[in-house]
Design a protein around this ligand. Structure first.
Ligand code: 26V
Length: 837
């Protein structure tokens, strides 16, 4: 399973040791005086982590340079992935694994008195994203480099990533993420690629010699974008690509006049204002932010990235003229990760028209060949709409271009299909006319669909719903434009690196590089009933559970038994993901156990990890409720540890890497039709957890792969949810007709879980009754509870459970993100790989 010879790295342990020690003493300052250092102290470990990263970086940057040279010599097409979010996690262990240098680095550090795994823990997570969308972008970059494609990720160099979370008396408290407080060894600043970005100001119509007029934009302000490149190391490949993150600074740092006049603070004002643009990641997941600052963030990012794409094209192929139009689109693809980078379309059009003297038709044709758009959600509140007034003030020239795109689209394409049909024009227009006191808004998704040659959803059922429910008219107009690319995850981070014990077992069983060829794991199916293999597989699961048990103790003080079922729900906190359905069932179990202490039940630990958007009141109430119910249950000796509830604080990529290898059960219980795909579902199943879930997103495809005997499906289907909505869903019926539901919800009103504070948990009950239970928690409760009972019984049959767990690992090959990338290549990007051999 080792690297093929051409990808082998020429770094032996002697040289590695020299380099680490060099960085310790020369670039980091001499912290080792006469070898008297405390190897247990955090500062020392941090220094060694830093030195190891810098030593590795020499290998990486060399490969990065070679890759760039090779890619430009081959004149291959490249994809530019535009995303406001990248949830990278830690980089050291992954880079070592991908370069096949993990083992020798481990040896070298051992000789220096350190555990590599321990040092890896010193690195900060790069948490430049919220959840699924950002983590998907990170997995895709890994796959693109692994498959030797020429790809550039573009993003924002946020000073503060996603907030850190801790609990105070059960409530979520947010603190700023300081991932770069002392610098980051991975990033390379590229001042030579700085961009100046105009905004605000006014436009005027300037008469031309030929009698026509041209629109001239005089900007009111200029921002400066400085790029930082983070190398993306492919696994066992010759490619290292870059993730280019833009930092915003003031055009001129300083107002000398003000400074000389003694107004020192005001002299710095410009700088402070500009730096705000890349200061912080917006922490809303599935809820569009309406602030001007977010809009400017999006524009700043798009303008820097599009200019950089053109600049790199010109550096390689010379001037960009209308005659080069075809050529440009044969060399450049731009993928929009949701609508957040939509302004890139307008910025490319503006540059072509105003700076490169393109005619409208040439510019528009080029844009339509270059752009493609991925939709990641159907939730109405997450669909971005920006006020026309805001556009007009910040980007007046872009707005005129947007109007022209809309005019041409409505008058030509819509009118050809539906002549003189005002309803269709209204439905498809990029502008939502508002009316009745509502302001006019720009529908970003419409602009994306109109300007892209392909639009994809992220799992089959989601893509079907994009066609039938979100954009049915667009689908009629362009039947081939809407398509599906089912998400995937990188098996490097999500199995090889995070689960070394299972990886070693797979290495010994599978005679192929399964971390690349994940479908090879299906060979394990033959051993699913083999007693010896079952024993080895479940022994590893047990060891991983022991490790998580220690982590749980360290983080929360709670003692859990590694022999219990580890039932895991880890994802952003949102009503549609239904952590409160899980909670309601836990309360029901607790109640059953109190009523009948001898009740037959295999001990089960419910483990949660989730951050709530800081402004999402009910999500925070649900976190509080889970914590309070956990307190009560974990300290109630009457139930003899049959039930435990753990909420791990500060859920993030690096914590996921510890939880996932130890999970027995994967909770994927979103309301059918609401979770576009999910990717945690894939990670957990790959590591041998059995899913309890609804027929939603990629769960459906997971069920197809593992078969119905190896998954616990529950709840309403998409069609049943629709039918319920059409016939009028009444949650109070379930409350009155199901004695257990009623008792559990009423319990929340008492002060049982919050002594002295009756009503503290009532908001949850209210949302499910008076609030109308928009996500059908009560409708799905009984079905979920029944599935949980079956699962608990199934676990007690050790052989049956081992078989299920093994088959889940064996049959996840489809969800390799390499497969997703090959789908994008074949259907959307049309790239060819370039490798050294
Ligand atoms: C995010 C944000 C973040 C900042 C403020 C504004 C805003 C508005 C909307 C969104 C939507 C994020 C959508 C998203 O994360 N979707 C998830 O994408 C995953 C990858 O495709 C998928 O697996 C999840 O099911 C889907 O929820």
């Amino acid at each position: 399973n080792s690297n093929t010879s051409s990808n082998k790295n020429t770094l032996d342990s002697a040289m590695l040791k020299v380099r680490i020690e060099h960085h310790l003493s020369h670039t980091l300052g001499d912290i080792i005086i006469n070898n008297v250092i405390d190897k247990q102290c955090t500062e020392t470990k941090k220094a060694y982590w830093h030195a190891t990263s810098l030593a590795l970086n020499e290998v990486i940057t060399e490969k990065l340079n070679q890759s760039q040279l090779r890619q430009s010599q081959s004149a291959c097409k490249s994809v530019n992935y535009l995303s406001l979010e990248y949830l990278m996690g830690r980089l050291l262990s992954n880079n070592l694994h991908n370069l096949d240098l993990y083992t020798i680095t481990e040896k070298v550090l051992k000789s220096l008195g350190f555990e590599l795994a321990d040092l890896c823990e010193q690195g900060a997570d790069l948490a430049l994203g919220n959840g699924g969308l950002g983590r998907l972008a990170a997995c895709f970059l890994d796959s693109l480099a692994t498959l030797d494609y020429n790809a550039m990720g573009y993003g924002i160099h946020y000073q503060h990533g996603l907030f850190k979370q801790h609990f105070a008396d059960g409530h979520q408290v947010e603190t700023p993420d300081m991932w770069r407080e002392f610098g980051s060894p991975w990033e390379i600043c590229r001042p030579e690629s700085t961009q100046l970005i105009p905004l605000y100001g006014h436009i005027e119509e300037v008469p031309q010699a030929d009698g026509s007029t041209e629109t001239k934009w005089t900007a009111g302000k200029t921002l400066k974008g400085v790029p930082y490149d983070i190398p993306i190391v492919g696994y066992n490949s010759s490619t290292v690509n870059a993730l280019r993150l833009w930092q915003c600074r003031a055009d001129s740092a300083f107002d000398w006049d003000k400074f000389n006049n003694g107004d020192y603070l005001m002299a710095l004002e410009q700088q402070v204002h500009a730096e705000i643009v890349s200061k912080v990641l917006y922490p809303n997941d599935e809820h569009a932010a309406g602030q001007e600052l977010r809009f400017i963030q999006q524009y700043f990012f798009c303008a820097c990235s599009v200019r950089d794409i053109i600049k790199r094209y010109q550096a390689q192929y010379g001037a960009l003229t209308p005659a080069q139009s075809e050529h440009f689109s044969s060399k450049v693809a731009i993928q929009l990760n949701d609508t957040h980078p939509t302004i890139a379309i307008l910025e490319l059009m503006r540059l072509l028209l105003d700076e490169f003297q393109f005619q409208w038709q040439d510019a528009w044709q080029l844009a339509r060949k270059v752009f493609a758009y991925t939709n990641h959600t159907l939730l109405p509140e997450a669909l971005e709409k920006w006020p026309v007034k805001l556009f007009e003030r910040v980007l007046p020239r872009h707005l005129t271009i947007l109007y022209r795109i809309n005019e041409a689209f409505l008058n030509e394409e819509v009118n050809a299909m539906w002549p003189n049909n005002d309803n269709m024009r209204r439905a498809l227009s990029i502008i939502d006319e508002g009316g009745e006191g509502n302001e006019r808004k720009v529908r970003m998704a419409h602009l994306c669909v109109i300007a892209s040659h392909k639009v994809n959803g992220v799992a089959q059922v989601h893509s079907d719903l994009v066609k039938s429910d979100l954009f049915p008219e667009f689908n009629q107009l362009w039947p081939k434009k809407l398509t599906n690319v089912t998400n995937g995850i990188t098996p490097r981070r999500w199995l090889k690196a995070c689960n070394p014990l299972l990886s070693a077992l797979l290495d010994s069983e599978i005679n192929a590089d399964w971390a690349k060829e994940l479908t090879q794991l299906s060979l394990l199916s033959n051993k699913a009933d083999n007693a010896d293999f079952q024993q080895q597989f479940m022994q590893i699961k047990h060891q991983n559970k022991v490790a998580l048990t220690k982590e749980i103790k360290a983080l929360t003080g709670i003692t859990v038994s590694p022999d219990a079922i580890f039932d895991v729900q880890i994802k952003r906190l949102h009503e549609y993901k239904r952590q409160h359905l899980n909670l309601l069932h836990i309360i029901a179990l607790y109640r059953r156990l109190l009523a009948d202490p001898a009740m037959e039940m295999y001990p089960q630990v419910f483990i949660f990890g989730a951050k709530a958007a800081p402004g999402y009141k009910l999500a925070k109430d649900i976190i509080f409720a889970i914590n309070k119910v956990a307190d009560k249950i974990n300290n109630d000796t009457r139930i003899h540890d049959k039930l435990k509830v753990v909420f791990l604080p500060n859920y993030r990529v690096s914590l996921a890497e510890k939880i996932i290898p130890a999970a027995d059960v994967s909770e994927q219980i979103s309301t059918a039709g609401k979770e576009a795909s999910g990717t945690g579902n894939m990670k957990l199943a790959l590591n041998g957890a059995v899913t309890i879930g609804t027929l939603d997103g990629a769960n459906i495809e997971i069920a197809e792969e593992v078969g119905n005997d190896n998954i616990f499906i529950c709840g309403l289907t998409v069609d049943e949810v629709k039918a319920l909505d059409q016939n009028g869903y009444n949650p109070t019926d379930y409350y009155h007709n199901n004695e257990e539901i009623k008792a559990c919800l009423d319990w929340l009103d008492s002060d049982y879980f919050t002594p002295g504070h009756a009503g503290a948990l009532s908001p949850i009950k209210e949302s499910l009754l008076a609030g109308g239970d928009p996500y059908k928690v009560l409708a799905d409760f009984q079905s979920y509870s029944d599935a949980q009972n079956k699962l608990n019984v199934a676990y007690q049959d050790k052989k049956r459970w081992a078989r299920m767990a093994i088959l889940n690992t064996a049959l996840m090959g489809k969800f390799n993100s390499d497969r997703s990338i090959e789908d994008y290549i074949a259907n959307i990007w049309q790239l060819t790989p370039v490798s050294a051999n």
